[in-house]
Design a binder for this molecule. Structure first.
Ligand code: WTA
Length: 648
């Protein structure tokens, strides 16, 4: 990690915007000037320009009760109307909203007019099931058009969606249903992944049976035709849609009306339900989508590879692009099915111009070699984006050259589930690009780097990343847990938002992200909590004690590595390989396949301080194959030697 950081910090390559690009760029340097001279006025202008308000707002920000902000709070709008109807009313109903590509090769083009009609029907179907404004609806779907329709249908009637990534286990789904008290679930019989059908409905049945919340209805999209068991509460999506009218007038809701809850991992074992509301969220997602991706909606074909189960899918597949009237591609499956060039084939097929993905994907393509993308025509591309974790300069350069043909902008965008929208990024056509650095705060966003004591780091230096002023798309809280909201983000630095990331500012004022400073891991751009995986391991009858660390990994950024002490009573006679395999599978089953540890080391002891705290730093040294660091604070300094032998 340190070698990597040093290497990054030596990075001095700089790319000026190409004049042809700059000449047509959506963003301009004036955005920075406008935001600097009147930050709130700037956001108010963006909100008025980018969105259609049913009732105009007169107040921009209320920050009299920090950390609880409200934006545009006397205004009213309908988020779905902004993403759909108004484009049709403006004469763009025939524009394709979604080019859907299924993994088996089926495809569908859905225009704005068609998408609007489908969302109206789905809204009526939800109303018919008794869903009211403010009710929570859980969505557990593959990346198919119905996922977008379901989210927008909730938004349209003021229901709050809670999308749960289809790779999460029944237990994860069940705890999310309970935390949000969702009485309706929208799912599918299954989806396609890696050339196979993966079932979803049985997982929902298990989750609903385990949940304390009474789930009244489960709406099932028939995606794969797989046999599923039907119960009284199940409703077929096709039937509910056929019964519903395609007439529905979108009612206005207050700008602070809740839009969605999205669960993300924190430092404790329990995922946090991040709450986002309507007007501010839509303003900043639309603004950043337009300016960071240089969107020309009448001619661009945009593709963000994220699943709607993550925040990137919410902000940059659903809300930002659709608010801006973009044409986009959504793809259900994995990048390597049925062949390693599938993504590049999709770019060629649809003439994708703007492409947004994660460094982990770029690194795995680098490993496979440039001959694969070179087998396709990628000349339509004119802008590339990256999100989810730091992109190392090598991957940045490879992305720009091999995928982008060598001269198009690459924007590295830093943000979080909590920030709702992009916070740090270059603006294409305006900013000189520097590989490996996320660079500068977007206009209207105030970022700083503080020392652990809360002192601003002046000039060149490293510390903790904070947002110093409230922003429109900021989280409004953690669902049902205002204390945790305060403690997690605001206790450390008062009214400055503590992001949990380390960062460094270089000579040019550019920001380099250095990874999480808490017990949150980043595996393939997905956030996982060490505590959550530890409690899963400890819940297994084999386990006496467990410690989990995120070890750096060439492809996935970080990988989950666990150290487990077995209970002798349960495991006498069991060989270590079997125990370790069983525990890996157990975590995958309990949380989801993304949480499966890369390695589970069975050890005799764990390194602890005199006060009994596990020293994860030493375990990380071991997992990364480094010389184990300073052990003098251990209660028993010989422990690490023993563990090292057991691991090697
Ligand atoms: C990390 C994803 C470096 C960071 C949008 C953050 C990044 C966490 C970048 C949020 C980037 C995201 N450079 N690190 N461009 N983008 N991160 O909530 O550690 O899934 O705190 O949101 O990902 O992950 P989340």
């Amino acid at each position: 990690m340190n070698a990597q950081i040093d290497h990054n910090l030596e990075e001095i390559r700089r790319f000026r915007p190409a004049p042809e690009f700059a000449a047509q760029a959506v963003a301009s340097p004036e955005l920075y000037d406008a935001a600097a001279s009147d930050r709130l006025g700037f956001w108010a202008d963006q909100a008025r320009e980018l969105l259609t308000w049913s009732k105009p707002f007169t107040r921009t920000l209320d920050w009299t009760n920090p950390p609880f902000a409200t934006w545009f709070d006397d205004g009213e709008l309908n988020v779905a109307y902004n993403c759909l109807d108004r484009h049709v009313e403006e004469g763009n109903g025939d524009r394709v909203a979604l080019h859907f590509e299924g993994e088996p090769g089926d495809s569908r083009a859905i225009t704005y007019a068609e998408l609007t009609a489908e969302v109206k029907r789905a809204a009526n179907a939800l109303i018919a099931l008794g869903v009211e404004p403010g009710d929570r609806v859980a969505i557990y779907l593959p990346l198919i058009p119905e996922a977008v329709v379901a989210m927008l249908a909730c938004a349209r009637i003021g229901a709050v969606h809670s999308v749960v990534f289809g790779g999460f286990s029944s237990q994860s789904l069940s705890s999310r249903i309970d935390d949000a008290e969702a009485h309706v679930v929208i799912t599918a019989d299954g989806g396609y992944r890696k050339g196979r059908v993966f079932p979803l409905k049985p997982t929902v049945d298990e989750a609903v049976a385990a949940a304390e919340t009474e789930v009244r209805a489960v709406i099932v999209v028939e995606r794969t035709g797989a046999e599923v068991e039907w119960t009284d509460r199940d409703v077929r999506w096709s039937e509910a849609m056929a019964d519903a009218s395609s007439e529905h007038t979108a009612l206005p809701f207050n700008a602070e009306h809740p839009l969605f809850i999205l669960y993300t991992s924190g430092t404790t074992g329990k995922p946090k339900g991040i709450l986002h509301t309507s007007g501010g969220y839509l303003t900043q997602t639309a603004f950043t989508h337009k300016n960071v991706f240089d969107l020309h909606p009448e001619r661009d074909v945009y593709w963000c590879t994220a699943d709607v189960g993550w925040i990137t899918g919410h902000s940059y597949v659903v809300y930002g692009p659709l608010a801006n009237g973009a044409t986009q591609v959504i793809y259900e499956g994995t990048p390597d099915t049925p062949h390693a060039g599938r993504w590049w084939e999709i770019i060629e097929k649809y003439g994708v111009t703007i492409f947004y993905t994660a460094p982990t994907a770029i690194r795995s393509f680098m490993k496979l070699g440039r001959q694969i993308p070179h087998g396709f025509n990628l000349r339509s591309l004119r802008l590339l984006g990256s999100v989810g974790e730091p992109i190392n300069p090598e991957a940045w350069i490879w992305y720009r050259h091999v995928i982008g043909g060598g001269s198009i902008p690459v924007v590295d965008t830093w943000w979080q589930t909590e920030t709702g929208a992009i916070m740090i990024s270059a603006l294409p056509g305006v900013t000189d690009l520097k590989p490996g650095s996320a660079q500068v705060a977007v206009p209207g966003i105030s970022i700083d780097i503080l020392s652990d004591e809360g002192e601003p780091v002046e000039g060149v230096g490293g510390g903790l990343l904070v947002v110093t002023e409230p922003w429109p798309s900021m989280l409004r809280g953690i669902w049902g847990d205002p204390d945790r909201f305060r403690e997690t983000y605001w206790e450390k630095f008062g009214d400055k938002y503590f992001a949990g990331d380390g960062a460094r500012r270089d000579e040019d004022g550019d920001i380099w992200l250095l990874g999480r400073v808490d017990d949150v891991m980043n595996v393939s751009g997905h956030r996982l909590s060490t505590a959550e995986i530890e409690s899963s391991l400890v819940a297994h009858p084999f386990t006496a004690e467990a410690a989990v660390v995120g070890a750096s990994d060439e492809t996935t950024g970080q990988a989950v590595v666990a150290f487990v002490i077995l209970k002798e009573r349960q495991t006498a006679g069991l060989d270590i390989a079997t125990a370790s395999e069983e525990l890996r599978a157990h975590v995958a089953k309990q949380i989801g396949a993304i949480a499966r540890p890369r390695q589970v080391f069975i050890v005799g002891e764990l390194p602890k301080t005199r006060s009994g705290k596990i020293m994860r730093r030493l375990l990380r040294d071991l997992a990364e194959g480094r010389q184990v660091g300073d052990t003098t604070t251990l209660a028993d300094t010989s422990v690490m030697t023993a563990i090292t032998e057991q691991v090697r």
